[in-house]
Design a binder for this molecule. Sequence first.
Ligand SMILES: Cc1cc2nc3c(=O)[nH]c(=O)nc-3n(C[C@H](O)[C@H](O)[C@H](O)COP(=O)(O)OP(=O)(O)OC[C@H]3O[C@@H](n4cnc5c(N)ncnc54)[C@H](O)[C@@H]3O)c2cc1C
Length: 204
Amino acid sequence: MQRAIRIAAAATRRALSSSAARASPPPPRGPLAPGWGATRWLCSGREALSYDVVIVGAGPAGLAAAIRLKQLCRAADTDLSVCVLEKGSEVGAHVLSGNVFEPRALDELIPKWRQEDSPIRVPVSSDKFWLLTKNQAWTLPSPFDNKGNYVISLSQLVRWMATKAEELGVEVYPGFAASELQESQPMMLVLLRMVPKGKLFNLV
Ligand SMILES: Cc1cc2nc3c(=O)[nH]c(=O)nc-3n(C[C@H](O)[C@H](O)[C@H](O)COP(=O)(O)OP(=O)(O)OC[C@H]3O[C@@H](n4cnc5c(N)ncnc54)[C@H](O)[C@@H]3O)c2cc1C
């Protein structure tokens, strides 16, 4: 799917570069005008893609934001074009952590994830806390309580979340690093906050 998007983007780029002289800027629009979808136009001879919401980073926070936005759009019977830019060559390429995963936030975001083919499969069976010296290992009382949590690969989780986002109509572009804000365009700013305890991510 992501490969198909890149091929389509390249084909569009070729088509647009041959008709650059005919291109005109997009019609005026409000930042939240519903139903527009992404518009393609040329800016200083370069192709530009215009979205209602651009999210930088296909980590858990960015993808959760994209999924939630599209869910809210569906509930409100409207649409926003949403894209996620990821500087890694593919989603998950820069998200390398093994992870003890607390699933409450995902329960809220995708309530039926347990019935799906998600990469969250290994429940934590016990916690052990050791003090290791050169020759000995001391068992200490565990400060952790991971009952109900899972051991996952975060990289696999974000790949799966990206497919869920795409199913909702989000466009995910790996291989694109965001470098600057184009402040002349109307824009919507999404603020993401990581909550270290309780929820893995929150949209504020
Ligand atoms: C070693 C380690 C162990 C951890 N263990 C746990 C754990 O057990 N349990 C737990 O809950 N949490 C754990 N964490 C924390 C958890 O990994 C982070 O809280 C979480 O990944 C943060 O998600 P995020 O979406 O905010 O950012 P990230 O996961 O960092 O994702 C950000 C994404 O944005 C991309 N990006 C950055 N800049 C740009 C740009 N300019 N343009 C385009 N893309 C960009 C990056 O490539 C990346 O894919 C651990 C973290 C580390 C480092």
